[in-house]
Design a binder for this molecule. Sequence first.
Ligand code: SF4
Length: 420
Amino acid sequence: MTNHYTTYSDKQGNVFDDPDYLMVGCSAHYFVLPEPEEMIPLPVGSRLFTLPDYSPVGWNNQLNEPVLLDTGDQVLYAVSAFLPPGYTRILLPGAYYRTAKSRLPLWGYTAMAWGDDEFMVSAVKVDDNSKWLPDSYDDRGLDELILEKKSRLKDNRLVDQLSICATEYHCFAAKNFFLERWECPIPTSPVCNSDCIGCISYQRSGDIIASHERIKFVPEPDEIYSLAADHIRNAADPVISFGQGCEGEPLVQADTIEKALIKLKNEYPDATYNINTNGSDPSAVKRLCRAGLDSIRISMNSANHDRYTKYYRPIDHAYADVLKSIKTAHDEGVFVTINLLIFPGISDQEEEVETLIKLVKVSGINLIQMKNLCIDPHVYLETVGYPEQKGMGILRMMDVLRNEIPEIRFGYFNRPKNEF
Ligand code: SF4
């Protein structure tokens, strides 16, 4: 059996292991030792991060409890991994979150260890789609492809936006547009009707930095149409996807999207049309389903009203509208996915899993995308409340869901309609 030793870094970012201590992870703020099946080798494409305000914690076998590593005179930091797409974390890095003084940037921090001869992480692979492997995204030649698209779709502001997304934010979906394949994003909305604590495109206070800037304009229906049509004509397995990380909420621009979508669906019925949304407006969802959507992905951090509302801070709607949107899309015959923002120790609380099961059963959700909620753990736990017990474990949570709802599927990515 592989041992999992604790890891830490020095101030310069050099990462070391300490064979005197076993790795300890966190389920919310509870320290736990991982089960063997909860650890996998560090996936290709992962990044390692130091946690500058956290001292490393390891498991002391003699005391049978977690302890701060003895750092002597040297300042040592806890470390974590950021996983590539397709992997969901199981444990947070072992750290004393309650006493945190500063704010970590918006990343998904994952517990990591040194195994017998390689780095290990506490994670599970939830989607096997090779289209999203980092190896598929070689940037050499990208600049030339961007220039080509700019000259082909002159005066289309969406091409400029996607070139920023592809080169500055390294959005794989935006790169797909220039590489002429698969899922292509269509950002439409500079505003949102929620105020999520961990929004990556807008933060009203300076405490947390948004990693993206929102699109600054609402495109004309013709700009959407011409960019999407170009993609559909040239790409393999084209998926046209409204709602992306570089914008606000696409349902706010439902009129614009509807006009473009009706025309696209009419001329290119075989392409897949998807929207990634917060599901805030059931009547807009209904109109867009009727205009031609094939799939909808609705994001949520929790099926529990209270936790949802504390994190999403909806402005002009309520959690009940989100539930209604899920049901509406299902009733309209659209493939329904929820983008579940997973946080170990919260998502796998027993009552949280029970509520999710009820939601899936009554609303006909087809697939759960198991996304990592990118946020400072302390900020999230302060927001939704520190739980009174640790979670059942993410693997166990998935097993419970499978047992209760055998037809439910798990994944990470949107898919073309021949894979629904
Ligand atoms: S719904 Fe999306 S765009 Fe709107 S605040 Fe939340 S994360 Fe940001």
